[in-house]
Design a protein around this ligand. Structure first.
Ligand code: MN
Ligand code: MN
Length: 461
């Protein structure tokens, strides 16, 4: 063998994914991204993802799970976890004791939440006070159009679902920033301090109610409009859940349209292919459990997050339908924690170690460990399980790569992987690389997205 042949035989083939696929696959990649863009634009909150996922699941024959019923192989059920998380499940041909195949993605994304008493007027302008949700770089969230989603209960306990600013004919909202001419002092702040938490005030109006002596005429006019449209009063903000998210649609990026830009790729770029894979799976060998969860961005706490018992309880209920102990099912289960990784960004290459970073168009990324500082806070998948997953992907010609979250000691981060692994389930992170992660407008590759779908299909089979 000459050195060229020997290299081909021995070295890792880490070519761009476009050199590893055929024409047919390229067409499938671009077609799949069309559905994704529609879903992403229509699902900007965890509640909307939950609702849209359940709607699509019902169309495919999923029915609400009843723990007291007996189920047969191929039966499809779902669990709606408090309108914010959802589990889809298809019973496998194998007995449940042989374990389940869990795919877990999160459907919450960084955003701007309202405080309990948000509404105020300052110098005859109307504003909302906010508290951001998840890890954001605050300076990125000013001077962009925002829209409002949420749930408010009025004084009679009636629920009002709010959506304003998404439609092109609806008004939008914005957080203002200083002009450069007067920004000299602000420019001296560090980037992280450039916009402060208490400066994330949302501009919501300016027209006063009337010309009487009553102060707060702008606030009064805004409250009057809100009351007319939604039927609630200022006191009802205290019990509401209102969220501001970017108002722009998902779209193609680049002359070649190979990328998708949009809000909330983290982690809907994994949740969508996970959902599609669950909807496209029929008669799986093992029982499949697809979890679309809330609260990952704030640490997975709370009863809609994966540090709670809702997934464990669901699996135990599944086990009970076949008179098995739940822990035995978990012990034999396998999980793909479907979450994004940071794509290598050549403009900011310093924070990455290129040989081990995930790259755009190199396929779905397996992240053996996340965490920080000596692998703190990670489940660190075993070689045995890594080998299982890599063989599964290779068998189906799925383009994949490995990744890590930045250089050693440069930062780090977590996913839901460790909470599932802690339940005695073999778990590894598998997802899509993202540019500008946690910004209002993140970027992903269509090829990587489609490879995630293929990976979940292979796993469900
Ligand atoms: Mn994530
Ligand atoms: Mn995240």
């Amino acid at each position: 063998m000459d050195s060229k042949e020997l290299k081909k035989d021995l070295f890792l083939n880490d070519k761009n994914g476009y050199f590893k696929i055929d024409e047919k696959t390229e067409k499938e990649i671009f077609d799949f991204a069309e559905g994704y863009k529609t879903f992403l634009t229509a699902s900007k909150t965890e509640r909307l993802c939950n609702k849209n996922a359940i709607f699509l699941a019902k169309e495919k024959g999923f029915v609400e799970f009843d723990p007291d019923k007996k189920y047969n192989a191929g039966d499809k059920v779902y669990l709606n976890q408090r309108n914010k998380s959802v589990i889809l499940c298809i019973f496998g041909k194998q007995p449940i004791e042989k374990g389940t195949r869990i795919v877990a993605a999160h459907i919450d994304s960084p955003r701007i939440d309202l405080k309990a008493n948000p509404l105020y007027e300052a110098e005859e302008l109307g504003y909302f006070k906010t508290h951001y949700y998840g890890g954001i770089r605050k300076y990125q969230w000013v001077t962009i159009p925002l829209c409002l989603y949420g749930v408010v209960f009025d004084e009679n306990g009636e629920k009002h679902e709010i959506s304003l600013g998404e439609d092109e004919n609806e008004p939008k909202f914005v957080i203002t920033d200083l002009l450069p001419h007067l920004g000299a002092e602000q420019n001296k702040r560090t980037l992280g301090d450039g916009i402060r938490g208490e400066e994330l005030n949302i501009l919501i109006g300016s027209r006063p109610f009337n010309d009487d002596e009553e102060s707060q005429a702008v606030k009064l006019n805004i409250m009057k409009l809100i009351n007319e449209k939604y039927g609630f009063k200022e006191a009802d903000f205290r019990t509401a859940e209102l969220e501001f998210v970017p108002a722009f649609d998902a779209c193609d990026i680049g002359f070649d349209r190979s990328l998708v830009g949009g809000y909330g790729h983290d982690d809907r770029v994994c949740a969508y292919p996970a959902l599609m894979a669950a909807l496209d799976t029929e008669n799986p060998e093992y029982t499949i459990v697809t979890v679309l969860t809330d609260k990952e961005e704030t640490g997975s706490d709370g009863n809609t997050g994966l540090r709670s018992n809702y997934l464990r309880n669901f699996v135990w209920d599944l086990a009970k339908t076949q008179n098995v102990d739940g822990y035995r099912v978990l012990r034999n289960s396998k999980c793909l924690s479907a979450d994004v990784n940071a794509a290598f960004d050549p403009t900011f290459s310093d924070v990455f170690e290129k040989r081990n970073a995930s790259l755009i168009n190199k396929g779905v990324v397996i992240t053996k460990y996340t965490g920080a500082r000596g692998k703190g806070g990670t489940s660190d998948a075993s070689a045995e399980y890594m080998s299982f997953v890599s063989q599964m992907l290779n068998k189906e010609n799925i383009v994949w790569q490995t990744g890590e979250l930045g250089k050693v000691d440069a930062g780090g981060g977590g996913t839901v992987a460790m909470y599932i692994a802690n339940m005695d389930v073999d778990t590894v992170d598998l997802g899509v690389p993202v540019l500008s992660m946690h910004s209002p407008f993140e970027v992903i590759s269509k090829l990587d997205l489609y490879m995630a779908y293929k990976a979940f299909m292979a796993f469900n089979k």
